[in-house]
Design a binder for this molecule. Structure first.
Ligand SMILES: NC(=O)c1ccc[n+]([C@@H]2O[C@H](COP(=O)([O-])OP(=O)(O)OC[C@H]3O[C@@H](n4cnc5c(N)ncnc54)[C@H](OP(=O)(O)O)[C@@H]3O)[C@@H](O)[C@H]2O)c1
Length: 139
């Protein structure tokens, strides 16, 4: 499995299990990657377009950011779609169970109190960082 990250997060992403981590601030990923079976895109824009060209014919790209170009996907002979998760209480309870049982280990970046919701949003909108941002609503 390959992953991309900025310099400060390379070791962290490797510790999560990526065999190869490409520092996207110093190395265009096309120099390291080609003909992959599956891309998971969380960035969109130009990064998504570049990523589509690295998927081998018959492979798949899934973006959680935006709908990939259908025309480009057809031309490249790949499947490309956007996946949108709409959480419900059943899903959230299942995630809590996976964490409690030690199957999932979330990394928490920062916890904000409810009255700091604006700060939480501003941090979220930077598009960079390590781990989840938590809004503490109730004990
Ligand atoms: N469709 C859905 O259901 C769904 C669900 C959750 C999130 N999303 C969306 O998916 C996006 C990512 O969510 P997130 O919670 O993971 O955001 P996040 O915590 O802000 O993380 C964004 C990640 O993208 C990396 N990144 C930024 N620019 C990059 C680039 N040019 N090339 C490669 N990596 C780059 C950052 O790495 P560095 O910090 O190392 O720069 C960071 O790890 C957001 O736009 C969010 O709204 C969609």
């Amino acid at each position: 499995m390959l992953a991309t990250a900025s310099t400060a997060n390379v070791d962290f992403v490797r510790s999560l299990g990526a065999e190869t981590v490409i520092d996207y601030t110093t190395t265009p990923f096309e120099e390291v990657v080609r003909d992959v079976d599956l891309v998971l895109d969380a960035v969109g824009g130009g990064t998504l377009l570049r990523s589509m060209k690295l998927v081998k014919r018959g492979g798949t790209l899934i973006s959680i950011y935006e709908q990939p170009s259908v025309e480009l996907a057809e031309r490249l002979g790949i499947r490309a779609s956007m996946n949108q998760t709409i959480p419900n209480s059943e899903h959230l309870c299942k995630i809590v169970q996976l964490i409690d049982e030690g199957h999932a280990r979330p990394t928490v970046r920062r916890v904000f109190a409810l009255h700091e919701a604006q700060l939480a949003h501003e941090l979220c909108e930077t598009g960079h960082g390590r781990g989840r941002i938590v809004l503490h609503i109730a004990d």
